[in-house]
Design a protein around this ligand. Structure first.
Ligand code: UP5
Ligand code: MG
Length: 196
């Protein structure tokens, strides 16, 4: 990837913070491409013949992080495909990186992130959203036990990534406790402040 051509924005936040919801709005309104690492992993898990199916399934259920080689390869492929199919070269990478080693590796093999959009939300609110979604989502990790494990991984392993990018001055933080429309307005406002 040519870093002068491709732009990457990481979208981070706890499980249920609203990353996917806000990314959908952003790609509706701006010439961006949305890639969810979790969605790519679930797709790979269900792909017949995948050698990683069981590994991904176990990690997701336990809220653990899939080895970065798998996720980065999926992201690279999806980026190439998106550029070929749509010509879009500014990417919202949703739910990645969740661990420092992933952040370093991605920036080495793809390109440095321009910005990190971080959705901040209390666990109690996120838990309520995920349990509600669990009634119909069919996601193997939308149950009380998996949610607890996802929260722990987020605090212990993924928040340090946010702190790292804060030190680089790249983090745009949005409180995502409010209703979807309000969070989106706040997102647009803050991105405009930084990106113009
Ligand atoms: N909702 C959203 N916004 C709302 C609002 N403002 N008010 C009220 N309700 C709101 O939203 C979650 C739910 O809340 C939805 O029902 C929505 O309608 C509602 P969503 O937009 O889906 O939130 P999001 O932050 O995207 O939550 P998600 O569950 O996708 O977060 P996770 O980060 O847990 O899930 P992800 O798919 O990224 O990862 C799943 C697993 O994959 C990980 O636990 C891990 O095991 C694995 N993984 C890796 O190993 N490596 C990776 O790099 C990525 C994932
Ligand atoms: Mg999501």
């Amino acid at each position: 990837f040519d870093p002068t051509e491709v732009t990457v924005i990481f979208v981070l936040g706890g499980p249920g913070a609203g990353k996917g919801t806000q990314c959908s709005r952003l790609v509706r309104d701006y010439p961006l491409a949305h890639l969810s690492a979790g969605d790519l992993l679930r797709g790979e898990q269900d792909r017949p013949g995948s050698q990683y199916g069981q590994l991904i399934k176990d990690c997701i259920k336990n809220g653990e992080i899939v080895p970065m080689e798998v996720t980065i390869a999926l992201l690279e492929n999806a980026m190439r495909e998106t550029i070929a199919m749509t010509g879009r070269k500014t990417f919202l990478i949703d739910g990645f990186p969740r661990k420092m080693d992933q952040a370093f590796k991605f920036e080495e093999v793809v390109c440095p992130a321009k910005l990190v959009l971080f959705y901040d939300c209390p666990e109690s609110v996120m838990e309520k959203r995920l349990l509600e979604r669990g009634k119909t989502s069919g996601r193997a990790d939308d149950n009380a036990e998996s949610i607890r494990k996802r929260f722990r991984t987020f605090v212990e392993t993924s928040m340090p990534v946010v702190t790292h990018y804060e030190k680089e001055g790249k983090v745009v933080k949005v409180d995502s406790t409010a209703e979807v429309d309000e969070v989106y307005r706040e997102t647009q406002k803050k991105l405009k402040e930084v990106l113009g």
